[in-house]
Design a protein around this ligand. Sequence first.
Ligand SMILES: Cc1cc2nc3c(=O)[nH]c(=O)nc-3n(C[C@H](O)[C@H](O)[C@H](O)COP(=O)(O)O)c2cc1C
Length: 201
Amino acid sequence: MIDNEVHSRSPHADALFDLLRSRRSVFDFLPDPVPDVLLERAIDAGRFAPNHKLTEPWRFTIIGPEAKQDIAAAWSEVKQRKLPAEASEERRDQARTAAREKWMSKPAVVAVSQALDDDPARREEDYAAIACAIQNIQLAAWALGLGCQWSTTAATRDPEVMRRASIPKSERVVGFLFLGYAAAVPEAQRKPLEEVLRRTP
Ligand SMILES: Cc1cc2nc3c(=O)[nH]c(=O)nc-3n(C[C@H](O)[C@H](O)[C@H](O)COP(=O)(O)O)c2cc1C
C-alpha cells in the first residue's frame, strides 16, 4: 500500500496527486459550450510537455462548428460504406445518426497531430512527446472543470476527415480530444500497485 500520509517537500503535491488520481476519461457531456479561453489554456499546458531535442512536434487544431458538421457528415458516409449491401434502410438510418452524434454530441473537439520527421527514431520519440502533451491537456482540462476523452478511432486516419479537419499531409493525428463539462464521470479501473510493480535487489 502507498502511504498517502508521507509528507512531500512540495506545496503542490496534494493538489497534483488529487488531479492525477481523480481524472477520468469522460464520454458523456452536458450540451454547455466550452469557453474558448479554457480550451486555449488547456492546450497551452500541452506545449510544456517534455520533448526530446526540443522538437515541439505537436500541432493543435481546434475544430470549429462548421468543420465539426463537415467531419460528422464525412464520418457518416464512412460508416454507411462499411454496412453490408443488404442492410435495411432502418439500419442505415441508425448508423447515420450514430456516426453524426459521435461528433455533434461533443461540445469541443481538438485534433492533436504530429509533424512527421523523416527519421523513424525521432518519429517514435515525437509520438511519445505528443502522448505527454495530450495528458497535460487532459489534466489541465480536468483542473479547469472539463472532462476529456482521447479518441483514436479510424477517423484519425481517414483522408476525408483529415481534409475536413484541415490537417496537412505532413502530419499524423495522434488523437481527437473531445472536451466538455461532464454529464457522468466513470469509476477508475486499475489493478493494485502490487500487481504491476517489481523491485530488483
Ligand atoms: C492512446 C490512447 C487512445 C485512446 N483511444 C480511445 C478511443 O479511441 N476510444 C475510447 O473510448 N477511449 C480511448 N482512450 C481512453 C481510454 O479508454 C481510457 O484512458 C481508459 O479506459 C482508462 O480510463 P481513464 O482515462 O478514465 O483512466 C484512449 C487512451 C489512450 C491512452
